[in-house]
Design a protein around this ligand. Sequence first.
Ligand code: C2E
Ligand code: CA
Ligand code: CA
Length: 376
Amino acid sequence: MKRSLAAGQELFHEGDPAGSAYLIESGTIAIVTHDEGREVLLSELGAGAILGEMAVIDAAPRTATARAVTDVELIEIDRGQIAERIDRSDPVVRSLLEGLLKRYRNAMSAMRGKVTESEDGFDNAGGMGKIRLESQLRDALASDGLDLRLQPLLEVPAGVIGGYEALVRWTHPERGPVSPAEFIALAEETSLIVPVGEYVLDKACQAIQGLHAGGTAPFVAINVSARQLAEEGLIDRIVVRTRDAGLPQSSVKVEITESLSLDYGMVAGVIAECHGHGIKVAMDDFGTGYSGMEHLHRLAFDTVKVDQAYARNMHASPRAMAILRNMVAMVHDLGADVVVEGIEEERQLDVLRELGVRYAQGYLIGKPQPLAEWLS
Ligand code: C2E
Ligand code: CA
Ligand code: CA
């Protein structure tokens, strides 16, 4: 929208709520502020300059007054046009922008003798906190700051431990243990997921060697996200690693974690590749989030892991119990095995026995622990 101002007319005044930003087509605008009643000229802007964008970006009130020096022609830029772009931008870029604005505003306030914000500018939440965490994760990878826990899966009918799930942990120098739910997502935003995956694979192979040395031959299941699956040669790396370690391919299982953007063609290819090497593939967290019927319908999973929400609710909610019972029957009909996660009580395990479920996983069976705990 076009606007015209006559010389001397104000476009906006210090303290006004943020409205639009403006692009000057022709003429000159003075940006002024007031210091103890005295007017201070901050700048003069001519054709092509943009003004008023700061207040629009962070929705703060105008920090200065804009007044036409000559007759001026402007184009008004709607607040929504800018806000939408900022909202869609990378969180790190957004954080940098907000930080710069805060610094600029502080400098202006200081100039007028009223410092309102701390000297060091913006906080480290959001995008910048993430960048920091990312470089710390990089350090952890280089300095043995990650470790692998193994959580046992009970073979229900036989009453023996059939295998373990590999769950990665990061002990952060200040924050302590950081949940993989947080840092795996972070690692996935960058290429860090590749070395994290390598680490898990290496440690899992060592664990299998240790466990098999005891005489039994349990499997170790590795979590792989959709982002990791998209990396070239993932399955080849698993095959090479296990072969080099002298382990049967069947001692590794792959768990595919839920994802909104599962590329069926690609995942079907990966599953076929796994099957070609005798590696079994499980679908994780079935019955919640994105892990649903479509995945089961289109992909040849060997195992389906029922999300722990069903174990948690099976006794309180007849509906949860009915869904669980039918999920188990359906998965069996497809010729796949069932794991029910989150088993914490004996009576939940009793239900799995009744339903003919093959594997139980949860704190009742065992918590995720370092390999050494399972060797003794
Ligand atoms: P998940 O694959 O569903 O793993 C099961 C999670 O449930 C684990 O949390 C485990 O500690 C927890 N859990 C197991 N039994 C019980 C129980 O009886 N009660 C309760 N309340 N919780 C139980 P964790 O280790 O924090 O892992 C969170 C998620 O992080 C995993 O969910 C998995 O999606 C992801 N993850 C873990 N390790 C890796 C990895 O090496 N690679 C990838 N890509 N993802 C991983
Ligand atoms: Ca899993
Ligand atoms: Ca799960």
